[in-house]
Design a binder for this molecule. Sequence first.
Ligand SMILES: NC(=O)c1ccc[n+]([C@@H]2O[C@H](COP(=O)([O-])OP(=O)(O)OC[C@H]3O[C@@H](n4cnc5c(N)ncnc54)[C@H](OP(=O)(O)O)[C@@H]3O)[C@@H](O)[C@H]2O)c1
Length: 167
Amino acid sequence: MIVSLIAAIPKNRAIGKDNQLIWDLPKDMKFFMDSTMGHNIIMGRKNYESIPEKYRPLRNRTNIIVTRNKNYKAENCFVTHSIKEAIAIAKKNNEKECFIIGGGEIYRQSLIDNLVDKMYITHIEASFEGDTFFPKVDWSKWKRKNIFSHKNDQENPYDFEVVSYEK
Ligand SMILES: NC(=O)c1ccc[n+]([C@@H]2O[C@H](COP(=O)([O-])OP(=O)(O)OC[C@H]3O[C@@H](n4cnc5c(N)ncnc54)[C@H](OP(=O)(O)O)[C@@H]3O)[C@@H](O)[C@H]2O)c1
């Protein structure tokens, strides 16, 4: 099984504010939905709770939530107490590619602990005010492959490019 991380990152690496996403880019959201569909997805408890109630658990995906709270319950989700345990659950579920979907704490720890084989990153050509940041990464240490790029339009107000990085 490979462990992938998927994130959208603006120029100043602010990825969230008040436990919400900061921007609305439907074309990138579709890329996220298509990429993760049918897979095991691993997320921090805060990220899970930031998903509007009517959309969670994210449909047609195995939702795995990481929390330190031993009493935490979320219907139709796996709840676990470390990122490594979450990855082990995905493996046990016969997953071929699981996705770490954030937020900031979970991204940071999974990169520090060297748990990530591949990243799908949407680089947004803008900066935002936020309170949660993607960690600094030396992208030159990863093999980069362009997936697609998008110029701003009426529904997607910022230019962005979607890139994969492999170890
Ligand atoms: N731009 C993007 O691509 C993107 C993607 C996802 C999320 N986001 C944004 O990111 C923000 C949320 O990120 P965040 O950093 O605040 O929170 P987070 O990473 O989603 O969740 C943090 C929580 O995860 C649990 N946790 C963290 N490390 C753990 C460990 N080692 N063992 C067990 N549990 C652990 C803890 O839960 P307990 O407190 O329950 O113990 C902690 O409070 C939101 O604004 C969201 O919109 C952005």
